[in-house]
Each structure stands twice: as structure tokens, then as C-alpha cells.
Write a protein that binds this ligand. Structure first.
Ligand code: ADP
Length: 160
């Protein structure tokens, strides 16, 4: 049986931190669905379509990665693509409490889906989409934090 994982998130926008988790995860799982949470509660900078296109662009060289969106329950999405794993990245202790809460909830909702955590690469432990947006807004150098195409789109957002 193929091991299939979903890697969910806001990806607003995708950073090298996300990409590192996706690349490493793609070596462990046969297939990874990177899925953008379509959650109207947040106030995103990029539309779901824009975020999906950016993820597709920067993962196009990884053959076992699919990009999709979802709304509703993640465990239901996982079931619909026959995934038995959820893959999340962990940066700091501050991520832990929140992750533990959603992991417990997901297990309560469907205990056939296991959540796996991957520790961030040290160089990305401070990196988040929000911090990148903040830097980009004030014209900071983000070239080492996001792929070139993402940097370009961020600049476009903040100059139009
Ligand atoms: P969410 O709103 O679900 O937290 P994010 O897009 O912020 O969505 O993050 C998606 C996933 O990527 C989460 O598991 C998060 O912990 C992980 N992640 C984000 N940034 C990094 C990073 N710099 N290093 C490792 N994992 C990260």
C-alpha cells in the first residue's frame, strides 16, 4: 500500500521553510498532497488560487507532490485521497501547544490518520509567512527566505 500524506497549511505565501518540509517529506512518503486551507476566517494576502499557483511553480521538480485546496475537515480531505498521514512542520516550542491541540482533535475525528512532525531546518526556525510579508511590505531583503517567484509576487502585491 502506498504511503500518502497531506501537508496542510495557509501557505500565504509558501516560504523556504515550507519547501524544506515538503522536500524532505517527499523522500519519506510515496505521495504528498500539499493542501491550501480555504479558511475565510483568516485575512490572507494571496487568494487560494494564487497560493496554489506559487506552490505548484516551486514544487514542479518534485514528482510525487500534488497541490490542492480544501475546506471543511482535514481528516475528511485525507480520507478522500486515501491519505493515512498528516505532515506538519515544527519550528519552536511555541508551535507545540497549538499543534498538539489540532493533532488530538484530528485523532478524535479519525484515528486512522496519523500526524507526523518534522523539525524545521535550523536556518528556517524563525521563518514564517507573516514575518516574510512584514519584511516585504517595508522593502526588506527576503531573497534567502522565499523562492524568487514568490519574492516577485510579494513585491507586486506591495507596490500595486
Ligand atoms: P497554518 O496556518 O496551518 O499554521 P502555515 O502555512 O503557517 O499554516 O504552516 C503550514 C505548515 O508548515 C505548519 O505545519 C507549519 O508549522 C509549517 N511551517 C511553517 N513555516 C515553517 C518553517 N519555517 N519551518 C518548518 N515548518 C514550517
Amino acid at each position: 500500500m502506498a504511503s500518502i500524506a497531506v501537508c496542510p497549511g495557509s501557505f500565504d505565501p509558501i516560504t523556504y521553510g515550507h519547501l524544506d518540509i515538503i522536500r524532505r517529506g517527499a523522500k519519506v512518503f510515496d505521495k504528498i498532497y500539499v493542501v491550501v486551507l480555504n479558511n475565510s476566517a483568516k485575512n490572507p494576502l494571496f487568494t487560494v488560487g494564487e497560493r496554489i499557483n506559487l506552490i505548484k511553480e516551486v514544487t514542479k521538480e518534485i514528482p510525487n507532490v500534488e497541490v490542492d485546496e480544501f475546506s471543511g475537515l482535514l481528516v475528511d480531505y485525507a480520507k478522500s485521497v486515501n491519505a493515512t498521514a498528516i505532515l506538519r512542520g515544527l519550528r519552536a516550542v511555541s508551535d507545540f501547544e497549538y499543534e498538539m491541540q489540532i493533532t488530538s482533535m484530528n485523532r478524535y475525528l479519525n484515528d486512522h490518520v496519523e500526524t507526523f512532525f518534522m523539525m524545521t531546518n535550523n536556518q528556517y526556525s524563525f521563518l514564517s509567512s507573516s514575518i516574510v510579508k512584514e519584511a516585504a511590505k517595508y522593502n526588506g531583503d527576503i531573497s534567502k527566505l522565499v523562492p524568487t517567484v514568490v519574492e516577485r509576487e510579494l513585491k507586486r502585491k506591495f507596490t500595486t
